[in-house]
Structures are given as C-alpha cells and as structure tokens.
Ligand binder design. Structure first.
Ligand code: 7RM
Length: 656
C-alpha cells in the first residue's frame, strides 16, 4: 500500500447551526451533549452498547458482551444471548399500543397502487409466509435468495426468513441473470423468491425469464416462489415453481419465532468490489439489529408520529438498514416506494412527500443532483412543509447539491444529514445529529456514538488536522459485518490487514481543525499529479460548483511529465451544449476554486455517466475509457445501470 497522504484542496466556510426550537425537542440537544455521550461511549464501548441492548427484547441474556481476536479478525457481540429479529421488528410492537400503527406505507409505481400495513397486519402476512417457507423445507441457517422488485412481498420475505432463522440474500431486481446466478451459487441457496416481472417508468420488465436463466445453471435451488406482480405471461416449471398467492392461501396464520443466537447470521448481502467476485457481507442478528435501531432513532431523531421515507431499494444495505430493520425495530412508520424519481413526472418524490406528509426524507446525492438538473419548479409545485430532516447517503454530497437540498427542498428549515457508512458497517458511522451538530456543507461531520475513526498515513500514523489519509475505524462495533460468506481470509486481507488492528474502509478522508470529517472518495480513485495526491471527490465538487454543471467524474490518465493528469467527464444542466469556450471556463473555474494543481487536462461532455444500479459513478470504467482502452478490456459491466453509455463515451473521447 502506498503510504503517501492525500492532499486536500477545497475550502468551505459556510456554517449552519441547528434550529434552536427544533433542538429543544430532539434526543441529543446540543453539541456538548453529543460530546458527553460520545466520550462516555468510547471510554467503554461494551458498557455503552450493553446498556442500549436492553432496548431490544431478548429471550435470554448474553454470556459475554464483546470478544475480539485481533489476529484472526474475529469478534462477537452479545454472544450466547438469544433473540429474534422479526420478533423485535413486529411481535413486540403488536404487544403494545403500536399494534395498529402503520409499519409500512407502500406506494406502487402506479399512483393508485397503494397499501398500508399495520404492525398487526404485517405480522400476520409474515407468519403465513414463514409457514410457506417451512413447507418447502427451509429451516434455520438455510439460505434464501430473493430477487424481487420493491413490492410488499419483498419486505415480508425478509422478515419471514428472519422469523424462522433462514439467512436471506437479496439480489437487486435490476441485476442480470449472470449476477443472480453468481449470488445464488456463492451461498448455495435452497429457495429463490421472485416475481413474473417489475414496473419501471411505465414499462413492464421481465424477471422470471432472467431467474430461469440463472436457475438453468444452478444446482442448489429446489423451489421457486413466484409473486404474481405484473400479470405477465410466464412459464412455470412443475414441481419447482409455486405461486405465492396459492401457497399462502392454505398456510397457517401463526408461526413461532426461532430463538437465534445474537451472533447467528441474519443475512448476506453481496457488494461488488471493483475487482473479483462479489463479496457476501455477513451480518448478525443481535449486533446489526441493535446498531441499525439505535442509529435510526438518534440520527433521524425519529418521533412516534413521524413518517420516515428512505428512497433506496431493499436490494442495497441502505434499504435493509433504513427501510426495514432500523425503522421497524424502532416501531416507526416506513414508506416503501416501487417507482423511480421522475416518473410519471419529475416531481414524483415531492408528490409522495406531500401525499404522506413525510417528515424525514433520506436519499442519494445522485438523485438530488438529477432533480436539481430538472429545475426548481417541480419541488416548488408541492407542499414540502412536513419535512423536518433530510438525509443523504451513497457518495460525497458536494456543497452545491447540499445547498440546493437545504434551500429548495428544506426551505432552510431542515437539518441535512450527510451520513457516511458502508454495506460492511451495517449502519451510520459518521453523521451529523439534527439537534446538535452545526453543519458544514460537504462534511459528514462527526462519528456516531461508539465509533472511533482514525485517519491514517504512513502505515499506522495518525494524520494531523487537514491532512488527508485512509479512513479507518479503531475497533469492531456491533453493526460491523463479521466475515465474507465462505471466505474469511478475504475479509481479513480486505479490511484488517492494511492498517494493523483497524478496520480499513477504503475511503480517503481528512479531519479539519474543528474535528469535522470530510470524505475524499475511494482511495483507489486518488490521482497523482506531479507528486500531489488528490482525491477525486474534491475536484468533482469544484466542477459541480460551476452553475452549468450538474455532475462530474474525474479520473487519472497517464502523463509523461506529471505522472498522471486529470481527465474530467462532465454532465451539463438540461438543455446546455458543451463547447471549447465552456471547457476553458470550467478550467478557469477549477483553477480558481482549488488551484492550478487540479486543472483538468481534458474535459469530455456527456449526458450520462456509467453508474452502478445504486447510483455510484463507476470510475474504474471511466479510467479505462479515458486512457483509450478497448471496450473488451473494461471488465465486468453487467452491474451498470445503462450499459449503452459505454459506446457513447468511447466514441466521444477527447484528446488531452
Ligand atoms: C451506504 C452505502 C459505500 C461507499 C463508501 C463511500 C461511499 C457512502 C457516503 C460516501 C461520501 C457519504 N454503502 N459513501 N456514503 N462517500 N460521503 N456520505 O452507500 O457499500 O454501497 O457504499 O459509498 O465511498 O465507502 S455501499
């Protein structure tokens, strides 16, 4: 590993203190209170978490709070304690005044498709379906692959697995049959739950055909349970394929919960690393549930009557943690949306906010930037006054998009929570708290309770203020993934062997003189210009701060003298065309914002970026395109949202 530090070049001086009236009613009311709880939490993390773990219901208490074998990268939280995640998300609320509270408000892609599940109703559906799984031979520890669109059956499937101790592995419904096959094969799933099809922006998309292709090669799957969603014509394989609605019809409405150890696996979720086969991150029953419940309550400052909406797909960790497990464990009302942000009109999100009077809205910078691009008239045409808290996750949110979110969506009244975390971390790691943190646009601010970030350079040395380095976390916390399915060695080398004794996130970051943390992008995306190591995120942020630009991605290209030069891909505001004058203006703008060292050597305009299905720009592919590689050498592009974008980008490559 390179031991150079990353240079940081951006400066942001705006400050937004929490609204004083709002702060009075929040859980953590001031920065001093945050600091006091934080200090206590890191002085003795096991004591801190053990105290909070009493907010879950346990069938029997744990033997040891925390154990850690550093050399083997093995650790446990609440080992010996018995509980059930589904029980904590449903049954215990049904035994309380929340029984008839809305657990999930489901909005279909079609406006008239809408369902509300109270805690009691959801429990009945889950118990019934858990019995169907059992009838297909699924038991504790068996793997169940789930390939479904954002329909209620998706949430029901996850909770039903949790109820009987089966391990769910959700595969995002936008993935190809090949990606599905790999994910079924890796964890040896016995069952696949899928549907005939899915809706996307008014069109019907086939799922069963893709599932069948995957199953042709798979030997492990013995039964397929099919949701009749779009009503499309599908072929059913006798003896293997069953209709969900037929199966549940005859199933019993009660199904007892399996008693699980806190350390038993709750689910596997695959994350596609930049190279090699996808990594099956393993999350546990006790630690994960505790961490998502606590971060959900405190970070979003959730109050009993609030309506919470996270726009992610349940196929990603954000959906697992903050549509399902965190909110339901906390007894919240969670909105689940099947559609896309811009269909049938560009104000679909704001329409839903208005319709359900959403109080907390949690989305990704890619969605924020694309809606910024479509114009303010869309949000301005809707009543957004119910909003109290706005969250962001998935990528660095550049100050420009941050300010738009704050002013146009939040009307200056809502805290913006820039939450940094990963599939592996289970939940929020670095994030503001709405009643306590003075915000700086573009900074994820401070660590959550019990989390000790260290920014490291030169093997294992802590960076000074404003020095960029590798973002690491000092000790395991309850929500951290325990291993990679079937490959603990890879887990060790990826996360624990880079910086001895610390969890290595793979992201770059710096801490400013006031302790605020600024993310600098993946360390693989650092560009070395004439000996200066520059994080992609900052140059991109500078480009996007130009009024004509909505999205930017920068990558290194080899350069004879400087080692590497910066090649920028830029998406302009709707209706604008890029030309040489604009190129010059952008270069000038970047030189002014961050200095000559970050001057792009080439700028290519593009209407689309290659993105993962969760909206992250795939710089690995852009790097190859910028360097003039052939399409064949681009590696796996099957997880791209729009594979057609590749040919366009190659055709429009520019010379330096
Ligand atoms: C939750 C999620 C993880 C990677 C992570 C970062 C990037 C996520 C932020 C962010 C800057 C943020 N899980 N990332 N949140 N970068 N600021 N607030 O996204 O496993 O899919 O991705 O996403 O690079 O390592 S993930």
């Amino acid at each position: 590993m390179s031991d150079d530090k990353i240079e940081s070049i951006l400066e942001e001086t705006r400050r937004f203190p929490p609204n004083a009236d709002y702060a009075k009613g929040s859980y953590v009311k001031s920065i001093d209170e945050y600091k006091a709880i934080y200090e206590e939490s890191i002085a003795d993390p096991p004591a801190f978490w053990a105290n909070l773990a009493t907010n879950l219901e346990w069938f029997s208490p744990w033997d040891t709070v925390f154990e850690w074998d550093r050399d083997e990268a093995r650790f446990s939280w609440f080992k010996g304690g018995k509980l059930n995640a589904c029980y904590n998300c449903l049954d215990r609320h049904v035994n309380s005044p929340r029984r008839n509270k809305a657990a999930i408000i489901w909005q279909g892609e079609r406006e008239d498709a809408m369902k509300v599940y109270t805690y009691q109703q959801l429990l009945s559906e889950v118990e019934r379906f858990a019995n169907v799984l059992k009838s297909k031979g699924v038991g504790k520890g068996d793997r169940v692959s789930i390939y479904l669109p954002m329909i209620p059956e998706l949430a029901i499937s996850l909770l039903a697995c949790a109820r009987i101790g089966a391990i769910h592995s959700v595969v995002f419904a936008g993935f190809s049959s090949e990606a599905l096959y790999n994910r079924i094969e890796d964890c040896d799933s016995k069952i696949l739950i899928t549907s005939d099809g899915t809706y996307r922006a008014g069109k019907t998309i086939d799922l069963k055909g893709k599932a069948d292709e995957a199953l042709e090669k798979s030997k492990s799957v013995t039964s397929v349970i099919m949701v009749n969603n779009t009503g499309s014509e599908v072929s059913m394989t006798a003896g293997r394929d069953f209709w969900w609605h037929e199966e549940v019809e005859n199933a019993d409405l009660t199904c007892p919960c399996e008693e699980m150890d806190a350390e038993d696996t709750l689910f596997i979720l695959y994350t596609s690393g930049s190279t090699g086969k996808p990594k099956g991150v393993v999350h546990t029953t006790g630690g994960y549930l505790l961490f998502t419940m606590e971060t959900f309550k405190n970070v979003f400052d959730y109050k009993e009557e609030d309506v919470f909406w996270c726009t992610a797909d349940l196929g990603w960790i954000t959906g697992h943690s903050y549509i399902l497990y965190g909110p339901l464990a906390a007894g919240a009302t969670s909105v689940m949306f099947e559609g896309v942000p811009t269909y049938p009109k560009p104000d679909r999100y704001w329409h839903i906010v208005e319709k359900f009077r959403v109080n907390t809205f949690y989305t990704a910078p890619t969605a924020i930037r694309s809606m910024m691009r479509l114009g303010d008239e869309w949000p301005n045409g809707r009543d957004l006054s119910s909003l109290k808290v706005l969250g962001s996750v998935g990528e660095p949110i550049n100050p420009e998009a941050w300010m738009w979110y704050y002013n146009v969506i939040g009307h200056g009244n809502c805290a913006i929570l820039d939450t940094w975390w990963q599939t592996e971390t289970g939940g929020h790691m670095i994030t503001p708290l709405p009643g306590a943190t003075t915000l700086k646009p573009g900074s994820a601010t401070f660590p959550y309770f019990g989390i000790e970030p260290k920014i490291i350079k030169n093997e294992n040395e802590e960076c000074a203020a404003n020095e960029g380095g590798f973002l690491c976390i000092d000790k395991p916390w309850p929500g951290l993934g325990r291993t990679l399915w079937g490959d603990h060695e890879r887990y060790k080398t990826t996360y624990w062997n880079n910086i001895k004794g610390k969890y290595f996130s793979g992201d770059g970051a710096r801490r400013d003189e006031e302790g605020y943390i600024w993310l600098l992008g993946r360390v693989d995306d650092v560009i070395s210009v004439a000996g200066h190591r520059i994080g992609a995120a900052e140059v991109e942020s500078a480009l996007v701060s130009h009024t004509d630009v909505t999205e930017a991605a920068v990558v290194p290209v080899p350069h004879d003298i400087k080692g590497e030069a910066i090649y920028a891909f830029v998406t302009l505001r709707e209706g604008l065309e890029g030309d040489d004058d604009l190129r010059k203006a952008l270069v000038k703008h970047v030189r002014h914002e961050v200095g000559p060292i970050a001057t792009p050597g080439a700028i290519q305009f593009t209407d689309m970026m290659p993105k993962t299905r969760s909206g992250k720009i795939m710089r690995r592919i852009l790097r190859k395109i910028a360097s003039g590689d052939t399409p064949e050498s681009l590696g796996d592009t099957s997880t791209l949202a729009d594979p057609e974008v590749i040919d366009l980008l190659i055709a429009n490559r520019v010379k330096q």
